[in-house]
Design a protein around this ligand. Structure first.
Ligand code: EPZ
Length: 417
């Protein structure tokens, strides 16, 4: 499962380049199945979730070649439209292949992706939307079968701006007959990246990034080379690393506008943020002040994926921080682990009350999910003594070269597999 051994108390310096966005790369790689001709995806991070996605693409009969940072996919000769339960369970977001397979082959057979560490993660919004597009959906014995001769465009109102459901509707309707309108669509930057990829293949998608997205179905899509946008959650993680170690670093190859929802939170702690083009310099004070209440919301609100990361910052800030997790029902599993390090955090239903302490103590802690694992690494960077973070396979799902990048900025972190 692998471990990180971290010796706390070291200042960071210099700069770090941010990887391509995991939550863009996954839907865009799935979208190559809808495109149906060879595509090359650049700035693709080296993650185990990408490995899982490549396994699914190959199991469908796609030809996939990987070089450093790039993945080429030829989906001209798809031989299957069925994803095995094993592969579905490897990665929760494998559900994103549903819409892509419908567009690419007219049929998709997969198992319901299990719930996971942060919540039940149902797919009712996905399936209801598929039915509104004229797709036949059957579910029995845990297997989902979707089929359709020709997808018919329709108007779909989402009761919640689900990122995955928005992506699946776009993917299923990109070659539909007629126009599809999504009302109350997710506005995350990853939706914009997916739409930009598909439009560069000849799709006609407008409004991505707003609450109403219009997809005018086209007959066919063409090959393209496309570079994935930077990962805003990873960028926030490196900002937090500077904050908890009273450091000043430069974070390179980011899109500052994607980070506006977290900038005010860091500034409330006393961090200074300067932006220039695709660079951010963050300078942390000697002692952090507790940020005001954090409420996770759909974009452009505070991202739920940064909740655990900011909890580590709040754990060593001066004062009390309330953190309200509104998106997932089970995303406080890192609290017990942070408290083992001497943090003072109480959870009441959806609210965590963080009473900042001056120092955390290094000890052995357990990653319960991807972002929780990253939060524990951050806590280790500023704890007294050595922190061992185990089950780092969760962290490998979303962070490319985390230890190498932190070490290059002066952190004392070693990986033990
Ligand atoms: C995406 O998950 C991201 N994953 C998540 O990042 C992120 O936390 C989440 O969006 C919210 O921003 C990828 O993009 C691969 P949702 P997704 O559908 O699409 C409920 C990470 O750490 N819901 O917007 O699954 C759901 O239970 C991961 O990188 C339904 O009820 O998120 C949740 O409470 C974690 N029915 C809420 O909506 C549905 O049919 C948000 O889910 C779908 C969702």
């Amino acid at each position: 499962m692998g471990q990180y051994m971290i010796e706390g108390g070291n200042r960071l310096y210099g700069s770090v380049r941010v990887q391509g966005a995991k939550n863009s790369a996954l839907p865009i790689l799935a979208a190559t199945v809808a495109v149906g001709v060879p595509c090359v995806i650049h700035n693709c991070p080296d993650l185990t979730d990408i490995d899982s996605t490549v396994k699914i693409l190959k199991s469908l009969g796609c030809e996939v070649h990987r070089s450093v940072g790039s993945v080429s996919v030829d989906s001209s000769h798809i031989s299957s439209n069925c994803i095995s339960d094993t592969l579905m369970r490897e990665m929760r977001s494998s559900i994103i292949f549903l819409g892509a397979l419908i567009s690419g082959t007219g049929e998709a057979v997969m198992t319901a992706p299990g719930g996971c560490d942060i919540g039940l993660r149902p797919i009712d919004l996905h399936l209801t939307a598929m039915q509104k597009l004229g797709i036949r959906v059957t579910e029995e014995h845990g297997q989902i079968r979707c089929s359709c001769q020709k997808v018919r465009g329709n108007k779909i109102t989402l009761s919640f701006p689900s990122v995955g459901a928005t992506e699946n509707i776009i993917l299923a309707s990109v070659k539909a007959s007629g126009v599809t309108t999504i009302i109350n669509a997710a506005r995350e930057p990853e939706i914009v990246d997916l739409a930009m990829f598909l439009n560069s293949c000849g799709a006609r998608i407008s409004g991505a990034g707003d609450s109403t997205i219009v997809i005018e179905g086209v007959e066919r899509l063409h090959s393209v080379q496309y570079a994935i946008m930077p990962d805003r959650i990873v960028a926030c993680t490196y900002m937090a690393a500077a904050a908890v170690t009273s450091s000043s670093i430069i974070i390179d190859e980011v899109i500052p506008s994607h980070l506006v929802p977290v900038f005010s939170c860091f500034e409330q702690t006393g961090c200074r943020i300067e932006t220039a083009g695709n660079k951010i310099r963050i300078t942390s004070p000697q002692r952090l002040r507790a940020p005001e209440t954090i409420r996770t919301m759909p974009y452009p609100g505070f991202p739920t994926d940064c909740q655990a990361i900011m909890m580590s910052v709040a754990s060593v800030a001066d004062g009390i921080t309330l953190i309200n997790e509104n998106i997932f029902e089970n995303r406080f599993k890192h609290v017990a682990e942070l408290n083992r390090m001497g943090a003072d955090i109480r959870v009441h239903d959806k609210v965590a009350v963080v009473n900042g302490v001056s120092r955390l103590q290094g000890t052995r802690v357990h990653s319960t999910d991807l972002r929780a694992g990253a939060a524990l690494v951050l806590a280790g960077l500023c704890a007294d003594g050595v922190t061992t973070v185990d089950s780092i396979c969760y962290i490998d799902r979303g962070y490319d070269s985390l230890a190498k990048n932190l070490s290059s900025m002066g952190a004392k972190i070693k990986r033990k597999d």
